[in-house]
Design a protein around this ligand. Structure first.
Ligand code: G6P
Length: 602
């Protein structure tokens, strides 16, 4: 998991590269390295650490030269240290490359290369690629042909950026199961793992597909097929995201900025899909065998989707973590199966693997994705975009609430087609959904009291989050947000499960966050809360009824909203609470330890 970037043009490459890496840091941040093609040689500076601290020490931006490559790393093979930091080179130092992904057969390749006398300087899987190209070059091939032959030997996922000291006029890029996009400027070219890396310079992009490589010069790009070496026609697209959208806009952290963007993001999700949701619902209405697959926060959205599809459309989907899906459920798929894949990045390896399996078996795939042009969108038959805009904070916030929004829209649209008897209720629910952005605005006004609450709770060691029915995924998501960024142990539970084990852990002052919107399940929630009261646990409840207030130690009053839509609103204070707890405990909520925004390895 890493962010890579390459540049060729008239600017000082090192500055463009470092600037780009800052915007890719969300993809990984344990090591940084830059390679620039200089007059007589390639200059490399690299080390373990964060970009800004390393830039002071290694002065990346002092390197002169007009083309180069760089990487911000999140280790998979070889611990984060200076030697394992990218770029990696061949024995001669004439080839330098950076990589995002995993070379599955690298040990085998490394052995062969060692036998041929190659010397390795790192423990990474990546370094074999540089030596493989070097080996192919010995056969008197052009650099391009040597590269292609080397690529044919690789198994696994790889996005690569490569420079060759004997060919200063070109940069080489490769995509196979790891993201890579080209940026087309005026007399300059870019390529990176993600668009914000070069958005300051151009919004004209070319998305590479798996199995393609690109050769960039200052004023042209050529894309070819790895297998055949034949040129492929690619379309230049214009991206509407501005750089400003991808920056913090005055907030101390991206996460907080993104929490505050939720009213707009949910509005965009609604407007962006109002015109196509009925058509999508029509295309999937006949399917009865439905799996919803996702990971992490998107998995919690999947659980919400299941609840709504059951309740509003009479469908009974099976929800599976994408990483587990393949083992058994995968065997049950056929042409009559619908797979709904939820992934904000559209690049999560586990989810992509589930989609690919489903496609192989002839199933229909609908994906719910935030990143336009990402792999999931290209593999799917149908796509619903969440329109949340770029999300930089590792902990998902606005991509989650927009996933919930489009799932609610889909369930309502399906319900209208399949359950005509409920059309009045569905119309009312649809109207209520339009109000959700305003309700989130209201909740956001309570940030300061949530910050005060975080002060009270900051030294607690364990948290429990409980909910019933449609609020169970909210309990899971509240707990996940807390552990991800504050590093406090937290568990999300269905409230009914509490007395079957976890209640043994409730003692004086243990915080239990109860998600208890008014509705038919409130009474049962109150009974569960009383079980916690009896053990002197600290009840922090979210809801809007007096009966709930009376059993709570801390009551967070929520706006009135239909219970089925309440998860879109109720998760917001939980995000804010987790954010402030993280900050108070001295953590960087945007870059939680050991985690990455988009997990492109299985
Ligand atoms: C990582 C991120 C999570 C995200 C999960 C799934 O673990 O840290 O925030 O929920 O991947 O990502 P996806 O892009 O597929 O939604």
């Amino acid at each position: 998991m890493c962010g890579i970037i390459g540049y060729i043009g008239e600017r000082k490459a090192s500055e463009v590269l470092i600037e780009g890496l800052r915007r890719l840091e969300y993809r990984g941040y344990d090591s940084v390295g830059v390679a620039v093609n200089k007059k007589d040689e390639i200059e490399i500076r690299k080390a373990a650490g964060r970009i800004d601290e390393l830039n002071e020490k290694l002065k990346f931006t002092e390197i002169e030269g007009k083309s180069g490559i760089a990487q911000t790393r999140w280790a998979t093979h070889g611990e984060p240290n200076d030697a394992n930091a990218h770029p990696h080179t061949d024995c001669s130092g004439e080839i330098a490359l950076v990589h995002n992904g995993i070379i599955e057969n690298y040990l085998e390749l490394k052995e062969e290369l060692l036998e041929k006398g190659h010397e390795f300087k790192s423990e990474t899987d990546t370094e074999v690629i540089a030596h493989l190209i070097e080996e192919e070059l010995k056969k008197n091939r052009s650099f391009e042909e040597a590269l292609r032959k080397a690529l044919l030997k690789l198994k696994g996922s790889f996005a690569l950026a490569i420079i060759y000291s004997k060919d200063k006029e070109h940069l080489y890029f490769v995509r196979n199961e790891s993201p890579l996009v080209l940026g087309v400027g005026d007399g300059e070219m870019f390529a990176a793992s993600d668009v914000p890396a070069f958005l300051a310079y151009t919004n004209k992009v070319v998305f590479l597909d798996d199995g393609e490589y690109a050769i960039l010069s200052r004023d042209s790009f050529t894309v070819k097929d790895i297998k055949t070496g034949k040129e492929k026609k690619k379309e230049i697209k214009e991206i509407e995201w501005t750089l400003e959208m991808a920056e913090k806009q005055g907030y101390p952290h991206f996460m907080l900025k993104e929490i505050y963007e939720q009213p707009q993001a949910v509005r965009d999700a609604i407007y962006g899909n109002a015109g196509n949701i009925d058509q999508i619902a029509r295309e999937i209405a006949a399917y009865d065998k439905i799996f919803i697959v996702a990971m992490g926060t998107s998995y919690h959205a999947a659980l919400y989707g299941k609840y709504l599809l059951q309740r509003l459309a009479g469908k009974v989907p099976i929800v599976e973590e994408a990483s587990e899906f393949r083992y058994e459920a995968g065997n049950l798929i056929d042409e009559r199966t619908l797979i709904i894949a939820i992934t904000q990045s559209g690049e999560t390896a586990d989810t992509l693997a589930a989609i690919k399996l489903a496609k192989e078996k002839g199933a229909k795939v609908l994906s719910i994705v935030n990143v336009v042009g990402s792999m999931a969108t290209r593999l799917s038959d149908l796509v619903i975009y969440t329109h949340a805009g770029p999300e930089i904070g590792v902990a998902a916030t606005k991509t989650y609430t927009t996933q919930l929004t489009v799932l609610a829209m889909l369930a309502i649209a399906l319900g209208k087609q399949l359950k005509s008897g409920e059309s009045a209720y569905l119309t009312k629910l649809n109207k209520e959904l339009q109000r959700v952005p305003d309700l989130i605005e209201e909740v956001l006004k309570h940030e300061s009291s949530l910050k005060d609450l975080a002060e009270v709770l900051k030294d607690k060691r364990d948290f429990f989050y409980i909910g019933r029915g449609v609020s169970v995924p909210t309990a899971f998501e509240g707990a996940l947000k807390l552990k991800e960024i504050s590093y406090i142990h937290a568990e999300g539970l269905s409230a009914g499960e509490l007395k079957h084990g976890p209640l043994a852990l409730i003692e004086d002052g243990v915080p239990v966050v109860a998600i208890a919107p008014s509705g038919k399940l409130l009474e049962k929630m109150i009974s569960n809360i009383k079980e916690v009261n009896a053990r002197r646990g600290l009840i922090i409840s979210l809801g809007n009824s007096e009966s709930l207030r009376s059993v709570s130690d801390i009551f967070l009053e929520m706006p009135e909203v239909d219970e089925l839509l309440s998860p879109i609103v109720y998760v917001v204070p939980l995000q804010i609470l987790a954010y402030h707890l993280a900050v108070l405990r001295g953590n960087d909520p945007d870059k939680p330890r050991n985690l990455a925004k988009s997990v492109t390895v299985e």
